[in-house]
Ligand binder design. Structure first.
Ligand SMILES: [Zn+2]
Length: 214
């Protein structure tokens, strides 16, 4: 089954124009770095141990223009190691991406044309190096966590692209006719996504910097 899934993913990857993600650049994982979210920018504010989180269950909290990260309370290094900061932030983005993408998919499917494309299977998010999304033959849709950096209209474009694959598992003329019907302005969004400079913003710190995780 796993082999089958890998094979499906490979086939779609080969043909998917959404793979056009540029090469990443390494980033530092320290207090004060900026991160993209939904077309705007957040500054990471690493809070020292002992600073109270509004919700003690949450290590990472969003505020106006800020992503507050509470370093591990016990046994953690201070300041947190790049690998620790990366893990906390990347986990937050993954959870947030799943919730935003699920919501957008539900909103988009209120459009009768999009609804008519069929019922998608499970939605999952994961970091992908070269693609924004994949649609599997059984209807599962995987979206790239890093798409959460982009404005909602670009997220919607990728979701509609994958939903069109429920009907057409290829990029044939029929596929693009579905895109035209479901989202007439899709070419503009495709071009904007190609120009995006947000790719790989959740890339792990280089190995030399990571050290043992706290
Ligand atoms: Zn595609």
């Amino acid at each position: 089954m796993a082999l089958m899934r890998r094979k499906e993913a490979w086939i779609l990857r080969k043909i998917d124009e959404l793979r056009a993600i540029p090469e990443p650049c390494a980033r530092e994982w320290t207090d004060g770095i900026t991160l993209p979210l939904l077309g705007s920018t957040l500054t990471v504010d690493v809070c020292p141990r002992g600073t109270r989180a509004r919700n003690p269950d949450r290590r990472v909290e969003i505020g106006p223009g800020t992503l507050r990260v509470h370093a591990p309370a016990r046994g953690g290094a201070w300041p947190p190691r790049p690998a620790t900061l990366h893990r906390l932030v990347a986990d937050w983005y993954r959870d947030r991406a799943l919730s935003v993408f699920s919501h957008r998919m539900a909103v988009l499917r209120r459009n009768p044309v999009i609804h008519g494309l069929g019922q998608p299977g499970t939605l999952a998010v994961q970091r992908m190096r070269r693609r924004w999304g994949s649609c599997f033959c059984d209807g599962r849709i995987h979206l790239n966590t890093e798409l959460l950096a982009e404005p909602v209209e670009l997220i919607d474009y990728v979701i509609v692209h994958e939903l069109c694959h429920l009907r057409e598992h290829n990029h044939s003329r029929r596929f693009y006719r579905l895109m035209d019907a479901a989202r007439p302005e899709w070419r503009r969004h495709r071009d904007a996504l190609r120009r995006s400079r947000n790719s790989a913003f959740l890339q792990r710190p280089p190995r030399g910097e990571s050290g043992p995780e706290a």
